[in-house]
Design a protein around this ligand. Structure first.
Ligand SMILES: Cc1ncc(COP(=O)(O)O)c(C=O)c1O
Length: 417
C-alpha cells in the first residue's frame, strides 16, 4: 500500500508489454499475419468461430448494423445507462436508439424493460455487460429470438466474464470488445468483433478492406501514456504526485484524471471517416496477444478484490452494494456503490486517501443527445445520480483492500445515510 493512498485505477500495461512494443519496433513484421494471429487466439478464447479486429468498438458496432442492412427508421434497443458513443453511432446511420431501463442494483439491461420497448421496427438489442457484470442473457435471448431481433453483446467492459459457465460474447449473434488503456486488457488502441456467422464475418472483412492502418504514432503514444500511468500509480510515486493533484483539483471543482481520459459527449452527423483508416496493425495485435496470455491472471485479481468488497460492504449504512443476475460471473471491471450523498462520500474517501470516480456512463434516455427518446428509466436515472466507482483494479494489495473497506465504513458514518 502506498502510504494509505489508493488510486482509482491502474493500467494493465506492464513491462512485459513494453518489451513487446520494443520488439515490434525493431522487427515490425507483417500486419495482416499478426492481426490474424490475434484474431484466431481471441476467437478461441471467447469460444466463437470468428474474430475481426476493428479500429474501435463503436465503429465495429456500426459495421454490424450495416452488415445486417439496418436502415433509417429501424430501431435498436439499448440499456439507458450506457456509453453515449454507441447510440450516437446508431443514430449516425439513421437507426433510432430506443432506451430500456436497467436493473436497480445489477445496472445491466432489465429483460422486462427490454420486452416492453419492442416495436414492429425493432431490429436489434444490445445487452451491455456493464461494469464487468454479465446481463441476464437467458430471458434476453429468449425474448429476442421470439421477436426475430438480432442480439449484439457489448463486451467492452466484460472481456472474459462468464454467464452460466460460458464466456459472454459467445451468446448473441455478434459481440464487440475494446482494448483501450483503461480496459482490463489493452492493445494500445483497437477493438474486436466476434461472431459465429460466416457470412457476417466475411461481410465485415469486406467493409474493412481498403481502409488504411492507424499510423504507428497512435499506439506509441498510448504506450508512453501507459508507462506514465504505471509510474504515476506506483506506490513510491502516487502519494506524492497524482494524489495531491487530485485533492487539489477537487478543491477547485476539477477532476484532472477525468479531464485527461474522458471523452466529451458529442454526436456525429456521419460516421467519422478517419475510423476507416485507423485499422490496428502488427504492433497492436502483438500487444493484444501478450495481454491475452495474462487475462486470466488480471481478471482473477479483479474477482478476488470484487468478492472481498462484496463481502465487506453489504451492510454499511447508506451504501448500497451491487447485485448480479443469476448465473452471472462478473469480472469486476468497476465496483460501484449507490449512496444518496455520493459526492460527499467521495470527498470523505479522498480525505482518507481513497480516490474514486463517478465514471463516464450517462442516462442516455434523458440526454440532450437523444431528444427523440422520451422514455423514463428511473433506475438509470438513479444510477446516473448516485453511483460511485471504488478502486477494484488488479494492483490492489490485501492491505489496500482492508484500508479501502475501513475507509468506506468511516466515510459513510461521517456522511450519514
Ligand atoms: C460499455 C462501452 N461500450 C462501448 C464503448 C466504446 O468503445 P470504443 O471507444 O472502442 O468505441 C465503451 C468505451 O469504453 C464502453 O465502455
Amino acid at each position: 500500500m502506498a502510504l494509505g493512498k489508493i488510486p482509482r485505477f491502474s493500467p494493465s500495461f506492464s513491462p512485459a508489454e513494453a518489451v513487446v512494443v520494443a520488439r515490434q519496433l525493431l522487427r515490425p513484421g507483417d500486419d495482416d499475419a499478426k492481426v490474424r494471429e490475434f484474431e484466431r487466439a481471441f476467437a478461441d478464447y471467447i469460444g466463437v468461430k470468428h474474430a475481426v479486429m476493428v479500429p474501435s468498438a463503436r465503429f465495429g458496432f456500426s459495421l454490424l448494423l450495416q452488415g445486417w442492412g439496418l436502415k433509417a427508421g429501424d430501431e435498436v434497443i439499448l440499456p439507458a445507462l450506457t456509453y453515449f458513443a454507441i447510440p450516437a453511432f446508431a443514430k449516425a446511420l439513421g437507426v433510432k436508439p430506443v432506451f430500456a431501463d436497467i436493473g436497480r442494483t445489477t445496472h445491466v439491461l432489465d429483460p422486462e424493460a427490454f420486452e416492453r420497448a419492442i416495436t414492429p421496427r425493432t431490429k436489434a438489442v444490445v445487452p451491455t455487460h456493464l461494469f464487468g457484470t454479465p446481463c441476464d442473457l437467458e430471458p434476453i435471448l429468449r425474448i429476442a429470438h421470439r421477436h426475430g431481433i438480432k442480439v449484439i453483446e457489448d463486451v467492452a467492459q466484460a472481456c472474459g466474464a462468464r454467464y452460466r459457465g460460458r464466456r459472454v460474447g459467445s451468446f448473441g449473434d455478434a459481440a464487440y470488445y475494446t482494448f483501450g488503456l483503461t480496459k482490463n486488457i489493452t492493445s494500445l488502441s483497437g477493438a474486436m468483433i466476434t461472431t459465429s456467422d460466416d457470412a457476417l464475418a466475411d461481410d465485415i472483412r469486406q467493409r474493412l478492406d481498403g481502409g488504411g492502418r492507424a499510423p504507428l504514432k497512435k499506439p506509441l503514444k498510448e504506450a508512453l501514456t501507459g508507462l506514465a500511468m504505471m509510474v504515476a500509480t506506483h506506490p513510491a510515486v502516487y502519494p506524492f504526485t497524482v494524489h495531491p493533484a487530485v485533492v487539489l483539483g477537487n478543491k477547485i471543482g476539477k477532476d484532472p484524471i477525468h479531464d485527461r481520459f474522458g471523452e466529451a459527449e458529442r454526436t456525429w452527423d456521419k460516421i467519422p471517416s478517419y475510423y476507416r483508416d485507423e485499422r490496428p496493425g502488427a504492433l497492436q495485435a502483438a500487444v493484444g496477444l501478450k495481454q491475452l496470455e495474462r487475462i486470466e491472471a488480471l481478471n482473477g485479481a479483479r474477482v478476488r478484490n470484487g468478492r472481498f468488497l462484496d463481502g465487506q460492504l453489504g451492510n454499511v449504512p447508506g451504501v448500497e452494494a451491487p447485485t448480479y443476475p443469476q448465473g452471472a460471473e462478473p469480472i469486476y471491471m468497476s465496483f460501484v456503490v449507490h449512496h444518496r450523498r455520493r459526492d460527499e462520500l467521495a470527498k470523505a474517501l479522498r480525505a482518507r486517501g481513497v480516490d474514486t470516480t463517478i465514471g463516464y456512463m450517462a442516462n442516455c434516455a434523458a440526454s440532450d443527445l437523444f431528444p427523440e427518446d422520451t422514455a423514463r428509466c428511473p433506475n438509470a436515472e438513479r444510477a446516473f445520480a448516485d453511483l460511485l466507482h471504488l478502486p477494484v483494479h488488479p494492483n490492489l494489495s490485501e492491505a489496500d483492500r482492508a484500508h479501502l473497506c475501513e475507509a468506506v465504513r468511516q466515510a459513510a458514518l461521517e456522511v450519514g445515510p
